[in-house]
Write a protein that binds this ligand. Structure first.
Ligand SMILES: Nc1ncnc2c1ncn2[C@@H]1O[C@H](COP(=O)(O)OP(=O)(O)O)[C@@H](O)[C@H]1O
Ligand SMILES: [Mg+2]
Length: 385
């Protein structure tokens, strides 16, 4: 396992007490994950500045934030790999500080960098994990067989995992995290760096987990991913949760979707913006680098059709158009009025899901603040759905 930069995770699965040793989960606990005011600094760098989280048992909590926001640090605290400086947290009903063994016996972790021993085959990797969990040889063999099957790794089971694709590696890592049938599973950026196929497979694996009643906390930089998988989303920035809610609540803050138009003739960009302004209450923005004009809309495809008709009527030629859900960039702009910080982790950026809307990366510049929703105070719209 390689652990670049400061984001160093200890070996993921440490020897744990044998299954069943930890006793039952205390009764009457509704929340599988509770964090209150978690703080943690590294030297004078404040990674967590008071994180509050809550995930009801059986739900999926998405922790959404850019590089350096504090996602991995939160996961490390909740999985007892790191002690918080302050605040408290319970996982599966047990305090991470006072009862770390009890927490560890009930959780699974798939870290940001898949922890797979490349020299071992898939089967050997999983058997090793099962033995570390204290399973007998026979039980380890049986559990490994089940997991290989479940994660569609049976055909590749006896090949060295060093030759696996990113998606297969992730599935193997996830399978390992589920070895001891944990009731709470932590997935740290499970799809970062995966191709669309690998991402789809991982999403399916998470959905299967949830169907089994497992509680999942997953971190992600992709609003789309949190939207697909999470029952509720906490947006984290600078070690603090800056917004909480369901995906639809979050999207409502940002505006449902975005219509983006790339004018064929650069000097007509202003005229295009004028037409997009007539779509609704949101102010269009022009990305000076790409010349694309985009605007939020709550009317989906109807808004796109209207825009195309108006552009054609005005004789404005268009190079490309798109309608796409808001991204993390849009969320950050809406919540903070500032472009989302862009971290140094180039790999993560490169693997952003296909930006159907044209993918302007930063959205910075003076117009950025204007992307905030400007409700009310505007005149009648030219168009209604
Ligand atoms: N072991 C560490 N030593 C020093 N700084 C760290 C360490 N781990 C994390 N940090 C810093 O804490 C902040 C949050 O990091 P992290 O939790 O890894 O963010 P994320 O997972 O959201 O990208 C960053 O500024 C990061 O550089
Ligand atoms: Mg991280």
């Amino acid at each position: 396992m390689s652990t670049p930069g400061t984001d160093v995770l200890p070996p993921l699965r440490q020897p744990l007490p044998p299954l069943g040793d930890a006793g039952p989960v205390p009764a009457g606990r509704q929340d599988a994950i509770v964090a209150e005011g978690l703080t943690r600094s590294f030297g004078d760098r404040r990674a967590l500045a008071g994180v509050d989280l809550r995930a009801p048992a059986g739900s999926v909590l998405g922790l959404l934030g850019p590089n350096g926001a504090g996602k991995t640090t939160t996961v490390r605290v909740l999985t007892t790999l790191l002690r918080p400086d302050g605040g408290r947290a319970t996982v599966a009903g047990h305090d991470v500080r006072d009862a770390p063994e009890a927490v560890r016996a009930r959780i699974g972790l798939s870290g940001q960098y898949a922890a797979v021993d490349e020299r071992l085959t898939a089967r050997e990797n999983l058997q090793l994990v099962a033995r570390l969990y204290g399973m007998s040889r026979g039980a380890a063999r049986r559990r490994t067989g089940e997991l290989l099957d479940r994660f569609a790794l049976t055909d590749a089971a006896d090949r060295p995992s060093g030759g696996f694709s990113g998606g297969m590696r992730r599935r193997l890592d996830l399978a390992g995290a589920l070895t001891a049938r944990p009731s709470v599973v932590f997935l740290d950026e499970p799809t970062t760096g995966l191709d669309p196929r690998g991402r789809a497979d991982t999403w399916q694996a998470v959905q299967d987990l949830v169907a089994d009643g497992t509680t999942v906390l997953l971190t992600t930089q992709y609003l789309e991913e949190a939207d697909q998988l999470a029952d509720s989303i906490a947006v984290i920035d600078h070690g603090r949760v800056i917004a909480n809610g369901t995906a639809s609540e979050l999207k409502a803050t940002v505006g449902g979707e975005r219509v983006t138009v790339h004018a064929a003739v650069p000097r007509t960009t202003g005229a295009v913006a004028g037409i997009l302004a007539s779509l609704g209450p949101y102010r269009p923005e022009v990305d000076p680098r790409t010349g694309r004009v985009s605007v939020a809309t709550d009317h989906g495809a109807a808004a796109l059709r209207y825009a195309l008709a108006e552009l054609a009527a005005a004789g404005l030629a268009v190079r490309d158009v798109s309608l796409a859900p808001p991204t993390l960039d849009d969320v950050f702009l809406a919540l903070t009025g500032k472009p989302r910080p862009h971290g140094a982790e180039a790999g993560a950026e490169a693997s952003e899901p296909p930006p159907a809307r044209g993918g302007e990366p930063g959205g910075d510049g003076p117009a950025a603040g204007a992307r905030r929703r400007s409700r009310g105070g505007k005149g009648a719209h030219a168009w209604r759905p």
